[in-house]
Design a protein around this ligand. Structure first.
Ligand code: DON
Length: 584
């Protein structure tokens, strides 16, 4: 199945590269068109929920808030109220802002809380259970964005999700199988919710057995929680009975989050990072995400050396893109963390001179060495790399051209696997995004630099990269992706597709992607993106080349440059993704 999809993607990309692409794509598929608004999400039900809000006169922020709450119900592996994320908003006049609702470390957290007696990271503590979660930010962040920009009443945009949870919804094939994996599992990989009775009560099939496609799942407790949030606002979550339940459950199970942590949680409005590439303007998320800075750095580096007049999958283009990726991810490891706690030279990092300097070490036809470039921060020792791959991105545009790019997450699929008793809500395991072994940065991808070490109240570094592209003041592209550290590179490929290779949004999203993250020093390619000859050529240049399955899931909106029609592009790497027209 995966192989077939990748083959199709590879063929689409070949067409795009080998022909004057616009014309071919116009006959084939540009996405779902709309002049009245669009929502694209990896959950079809959530996209329909957001689009219905557009139809009721809501703007892009109203629709985004409704989509996000719906995803907390219909996409429990990543949609959430127990996690956090980032929202980038661009108004029709070009004014832009972002909302940071990343989780914060509880007051009782310490820099070495995940190290065992031997001083090694104990992944069992960061991957699941009561020590794994940061203080959730989603409800505060969505409320903050809605308060500033929403047109419809809060209750109207939250209630649809509460209704879906209370009435139940039909499981897709992939969600049924995902839930079975978590609640039942196999002999080799027992369901991780099994250690948490409230999680099995909420997500296991009533009466036991396996979920099947088409079964209806009712999430009664989650419905009550969402109804309280709809009726009483975010304080129900941070100060009311939901906060009581979280604090009680934490105290009873050795967790750290207290009522005070919840009451003290703050979402923040932050100025976006902004850059230019090839005549386009790009806005994205500042720290505590590394995404915006690294994206702009890579675009600046590629602009400084110039992309070749050859296909995007030519060895020449791959070489330049990988070397930009390597250097941006080195800066990420070296400098980035929560700017409320550490100084990050943001202006320098996203400047054109810095990009030029970074690319001054580029070797023609030869892979650079990550170890050599980053020897100042590299320490001895090997630790397993530990980035799970579950997050979700959705994009919204309304009839006036207001755009919302939102990525949010529980970190790993189903987060900590802990459902707080009586709430139906799954908590994140986001604390694992901190540098858990201070001082240890390895060739396998573990980072221990000071900027992202745990401290009470600090936000863990993220790779989430919600991005919006415009040109001459006109909206061009809304995009973003899940995928852990690969996120930034996925967004780079989609943005480059439109801005450098002149692809349509559909082609840019479908095209094969590749990823280099400084360490480990290897480049991974999606499926059959590369011919054997190209693989051999890259190996001869010194690259460690790995072929893998799908990378990311970029639910995007592309504005047709001539007609201004919004095209919703569901990235079919997520089987339940859908682009839904809003309004009429
Ligand atoms: O914030 C981050 O960068 C990670 N917690 C995201 C995790 C992720 O994307 C997993 N997704 N597919």
């Amino acid at each position: 199945m995966r192989k077939v999809l990748i083959s199709a993607l590879a063929v689409a990309a070949t067409l795009a590269v080998a022909t004057p692409s616009r014309k071919v794509a116009a006959q084939v598929d540009l996405g779902v068109p709309s002049k009245t608004g669009m929502v694209v999400s990896s959950s079809d039900i959530a996209a329909e929920t957001g689009a219905a809000i557009l139809g009721r006169g809501g703007n892009a922020v109203d629709a985004a808030v409704a989509t996000a709450f719906a995803m907390a119900v219909t996409s429990p592996s990543n949609g959430n109220i127990g996690g956090g994320g980032f929202m980038v908003i661009r108004q029709p006049n070009g004014a832009a802002t972002t909302f940071d609702y990343r989780e914060m470390a509880p007051a009782k957290s310490t820099p070495t809380m995940y190290l065992n007696a031997q001083g090694e990271i104990d992944m069992s503590l960061t991957q699941q259970g009561y020590l794994a979660p940061g203080v959730p930010g989603t409800v505060r962040g969505l409320a903050m964005a809605h308060k500033k920009f929403g047109k419809l009443p809060w209750k109207d945009v939250v209630s649809p999700a509460a209704e879906i949870a209370a009435k139940g919804f039909k499981l897709s094939k992939s969600l049924a199988s995902g839930l079975n994996g978590e609640t039942i599992g196999t002999e080799e990989r027992p369901g991780r919710m099994k250690s948490f009775p409230a999680s099995i009560a909420a997500y296991g099939k009533p009466g036991g057995g396996a979920w099947k496609e088409g079964d209806t799942i009712v999430l009664a407790d989650l419905g009550k929680t969402l109804t309280a949030i709809a009726n009483d606002g975010p304080d129900a979550f941070y100060k009311g009975w939901i906060a009581d339940r979280i604090a009680e459950d934490m105290a009873a199970n050795g967790g750290l989050i207290t009522k005070a942590d919840l009451a003290n949680y703050v979402a923040k409005e932050r100025a976006p990072v902004k850059g230019t590439f090839n005549g386009y303007e790009i806005i994205s998320m500042p720290p505590p995400s590394s995404g915006g800075i690294a994206l702009l750095e890579m675009l600046n580096m590629l602009e400084s050396v110039g992309l070749p007049n050859e296909s995007r999958q030519s060895v020449k283009a791959i070489h330049l893109i990988v070397e930009a990726q390597r250097r941006a991810y080195l800066d990420r490891a070296r400098y980035l963390g929560d700017t409320d706690f550490v100084d990050v030279p943001v202006a320098k990092l996203i400047s054109k001179p810095h990009a030029k300097e970074m690319m001054s070490t580029l070797q023609p036809n030869r892979a650079s060495s990550s170890a050599e470039l980053g020897k100042d921060i590299l320490s001895a020792g090997k630790l397993p790399a530990d980035e799970p791959l579950e997050t979700t991105h959705f994009s919204v545009v309304d009839r006036d051209g207001m755009a919302v790019s939102n990525t949010f997450t529980l970190e790993g699929g189903y987060g900590s696997h802990v459902v707080i008793k009586g709430t139906g809500m799954i908590l994140n395991n986001e604390m694992g995004d901190f540098n858990k072994k201070p001082g240890t940065t390895t060739s396998t991808g573990t980072i221990g630099t000071p900027a992202n070490v745990i401290a009470p109240g600090k936000r863990m570094l993220s790779s989430m990269t919600p991005a919006i592209v415009s040109k001459n003041g006109k909206l061009v592209l809304v995009t973003g992706s899940p995928g852990g550290r690969t996120i930034i590179n996925t967004v780079l490929h989609v943005v480059l597709g439109v801005t450098a290779w002149n692809l349509t949004g559909r082609e840019a999203v479908d095209s094969p992607r590749w990823d280099h993250e400084w360490m480990p020093d290897r480049v991974t390619f999606e499926g059959e993106a590369l011919s054997p000859a190209a693989v051999n050529q890259l190996k001869a240049m010194g690259y460690d080349v790995v072929l893998r399955g799908e990378q990311g899931s970029a639910q995007s909106i592309w504005m047709h440059p001539q007609t201004g029609t919004a095209f919703g592009i569901a990235d079919l790497r997520s089987p339940d993704a859908k682009a839904v027209k809003g309004g009429s």
